[in-house]
Design a protein around this ligand. Structure first.
Ligand code: BEZ
Length: 255
């Protein structure tokens, strides 16, 4: 019998404290350039803000996310739109969409090949795939410090690493293997403000929770405190914590 997956996403916290994720994604809509009446799949739609923006531009949208909490929140906020809970590695669509759009989601899908094949299958011939997500060395200053803290305590770090952060060379090669004609790729620095004194610890709680699974609360608090202390000289600026995000943006066409 398959075990039910635990849904670790707190959708309200995501909307309240991490709205920057969708804000940055707005410029990706420019790269997609959705046309009126196009059928678009928003893969990893979270709480649906960008799905809604695509709809406001006249697209016929479907948002999918693996998290039931995210999908429920998206459906509450945008009841007129269609959302479905679906694993990105098990997309069930066949030649239904003019475009697949994905912002800040693909780095959570650690095995990219089935994701790319599912996206390819979901597109109509000539359809396009436009995505942005964490690239090689994304948040490396933060994760190197976490790694040092874990190793100091003999806690395994790499087995807990929850993300896939490829280079554009690596990822566009996989896009081609899936059948795409790659039309664009870039790898950019995106220093990202995590607002306020608590910004880094809020980010760790929201996005890096898997590192701390099975670790006692007290030890977790100690690690977070040391990470903050050691990173403050590098990452804390007048406005708050600034995380060293590095994103890749890609687009491709289904040949
Ligand atoms: C990102 O959007 O690049 C990201 C978000 C959370 C954790 C890691 C990366």
């Amino acid at each position: 019998m398959a075990m039910a997956k635990v849904d670790k996403w707190n959708a309200s916290l995501y909307d309240n404290k991490h709205a920057f994720v969708s804000k940055y994604g707005e410029t990706l809509i420019g790269l997609l350039a959705p046309a009126d009446g196009e059928k678009i799949l928003d893969l990893g739609c979270g709480t649906g803000d960008l799905t809604n923006q695509l709809s406001e531009r006249g697209a016929l949208v479907t948002g999918v996310d693996q998290s039931a909490n995210m999908v429920d929140q998206a459906q509450r906020k945008y009841p007129h739109l269609q959302f479905e809970m679906m694993d990105g590695a098990e997309l069930t669509y066949q030649e239904e969409f003019d475009a697949v759009f994905s912002n800040a989601a693909l780095h959570w899908m650690k095995t990219p090949e089935p994701v790319l094949s599912g996206i390819y299958r979901a597109l109509k011939p000539g359809g396009r795939f436009v995505a942005e997500f964490g690239g090689q060395n994304n948040v490396a200053i933060v994760t190197n410090e976490l790694q040092a803290q874990f190793e100091k305590r003999s806690i395994d770090f790499s087995a807990r690493f929850p993300w896939y952060f490829p280079s554009i060379g690596d990822y566009t090669g996989k896009m081609e293997e899936a059948g795409f004609f790659v039309t664009f790729a870039e790898h950019i620095d995106r220093p990202t403000l995590l607002e306020g004194e608590e910004g880094l610890r809020n980010w760790l709680v929201m996005f890096a929770a898997s590192f701390f699974e099975g670790i006692a609360e007290e030890q977790k608090r100690e690690i977070v405190k040391e990470v903050e202390q050691n990173l403050r000289p590098t990452l804390y600026q007048e406005t708050g914590w600034v995380a060293d995000y590095k994103r890749i943006r890609v687009s491709g066409i289904k040949r």
